[in-house]
Design a protein around this ligand. Sequence first.
Ligand SMILES: Nc1ncnc2c1ncn2[C@@H]1O[C@H](COP(=O)(O)OP(=O)(O)OP(=O)(O)O)[C@@H](O)[C@H]1O
Length: 359
Amino acid sequence: MRLDVRGVSLSLGERKRDARKILDDVSFTAPDGAFVSLLGESGAGKSTLLKVVAGILLQDKGSVSFDGRVVDGLPSHKRNLGFVFQDVRLFPHMSVAENVAYPLRMAGVGKRERLARAADLLERVSLAGFGDRSPATLSGGQAQRVALARALAGRPAALLLDEPFSGLDESLREDMRSLVLRLHREEGVTCVMVTHDAVEALMMSDVVVALDAGRVVQDGAPQDLYERPATRKIAASFGDCSVLSGEVRGGAFHAADLALPAPNVGDGAAVAVLRHCGLALAPADAPEAAVSAGAATPDARPIGEATVRCGVFAGEAYLARLDVNDETLTVPVAALPKPGSRAGVLADPSACFVFSAHE
Ligand SMILES: Nc1ncnc2c1ncn2[C@@H]1O[C@H](COP(=O)(O)OP(=O)(O)OP(=O)(O)O)[C@@H](O)[C@H]1O
């Protein structure tokens, strides 16, 4: 199913006069069979948007369509959607198999057929033989897999997932991501997932829709957001980075003795996001040495120098902390640098992003 959200706005509040705009002219498309992530920090409006798609909340303006058919006003239970939430919400008085078969029972499917579908889904989420158990006897990861099977039982037109992995340990989270992607592929179901984890969104999605304060700030393929982030928050959300304040003058960003090309940013106060994966250090008098020694990427270029404040051990590498005005630039290094020494900084342009401070 293709999902189109067009110009959706919604204000919410306890009383009408306290109402605040939570969604502001939001538009995005989930192509048929695609995996789409709604990405943003806490309070960005992701869950509210999912509830509008689900028919749990009705927008003040705009429209939601499924395969070109406007569904505004259609109640949630008539939208043929599957849901997976962070808190699993299994029915405690039903067995695991009855939980999975529940959407089919509601749809009037006969007992044999619905129990066969439940058994098939339980097998596909690696819970064959768990059908007669009570939900109370399941671990968190098992309960989440039952919830996933239940959400898919009625062959929904789309699956809506709200932070489905955030209650799980990191190792279980990875398993669940793979499982969700496998079922997504096998069932060919359009998926819309809310997450605040940018790396998770990159790994799982065909399309990422980035929200900030109720507005869509960027949407596109994961590579687009990673390589051409539209805002500093998006640039800073993919892995470790340093953020420096400075100034753009004549197409270059300056902060203390560092300078980065910034051809598309106007003169004035600016912010640079430097991903640690694209940075290296070299002796101040031989900045290219790090490239020939393989410490920096081949595209890394000298961007100036700074004073080393300290180094810390971080497992795979050491991290050098350099003073840049009163902020810190962190650079992964092979050996602990000497505090107080000057060091040349190399940066790969594809890992550095400059934005006007007023954006
Ligand atoms: N019923 C409501 N009445 C008033 N304000 C609400 C209501 N529901 C949500 N909000 C507010 O809307 C904003 C967005 O909430 P929402 O749950 O959509 O954010 P989110 O991006 O999903 O955040 P999180 O990741 O923390 O769940 C928040 O500031 C929240 O307090």
